[in-house]
Write a protein that binds this ligand. Sequence first.
Ligand code: FAD
Length: 220
Amino acid sequence: MEVVAILTAGDRVTGVATAAGERIDAPVVVNAAGLWSPAVARLAGVDLPIIIGRHPVFVVERDAGFGRPHLVYLDLAGGSYARPETGGLTLTGSLTEDETRHPMEPELLGGDVSLDEATEVLERTGRAIPRLAEARYRRGWAGAFDITPDWMPILDESPVRGFWIAAGMSGHGFKLAPAVGEMMAAGITGATPPVNRAPFAFGRFEGTAAAGTFVTSYLR
Ligand SMILES: Cc1cc2nc3c(=O)[nH]c(=O)nc-3n(C[C@H](O)[C@H](O)[C@H](O)COP(=O)(O)OP(=O)(O)OC[C@H]3O[C@@H](n4cnc5c(N)ncnc54)[C@H](O)[C@@H]3O)c2cc1C
């Protein structure tokens, strides 16, 4: 159900209102709205330092002689990744960190890609896995990442008490999901977190802006 309002009293969250006209009282509200997290935060008057950056994905059909599916492959130096899909297909894209230069409305997800960008990405993938250079191009579409300045998520309470943020996954959200759950549960209940919470603090970008890249976030 779509949240259309974050309810507050003073500096505390008190619940949410939904598009169906329902009001849900809650002492804790977690904004885990991914690409929509900046918009949801704004409902509570909170600005998130998150850019929604376009990340196109391409599907190629491996040639019949390719054999078994290949491994998931990240070429951090060469700037590409590839992962096998069923039906002899491979999904591939760039790791060139140019998403922040291509802000995108989440509503445009699934949109078209250009032949030029497909060509550029497939050349890079072909350098990483030469046999994929012979793969047949099938299609592409526009995806997007929710990106913080250091390409690591915000897992913290916002300045509105009780309004927590679990967003800015910066293209890592699947892998991080179990740890994100543990970190959020610990933060909200006051339990000892599994790892230091400081690198995921809401306020870490104030003053000395912590900058990073997709590649450095993988190497941490
Ligand atoms: C092409 C591509 C490849 C990727 N590859 C990888 C990878 O290999 N490994 C990896 O770890 N990550 C990868 N990612 C990133 C990963 O997909 C995301 O980080 C992850 O899905 C984010 O999960 P999330 O739960 O934070 O947000 P989402 O899965 O986007 O969930 C947010 C939810 O919030 C809901 N929502 C939005 N607004 C509202 C509202 N107002 N009220 C109520 N609900 C709302 C949305 O409907 C949605 O269901 C990739 C992303 C892309 C685009």
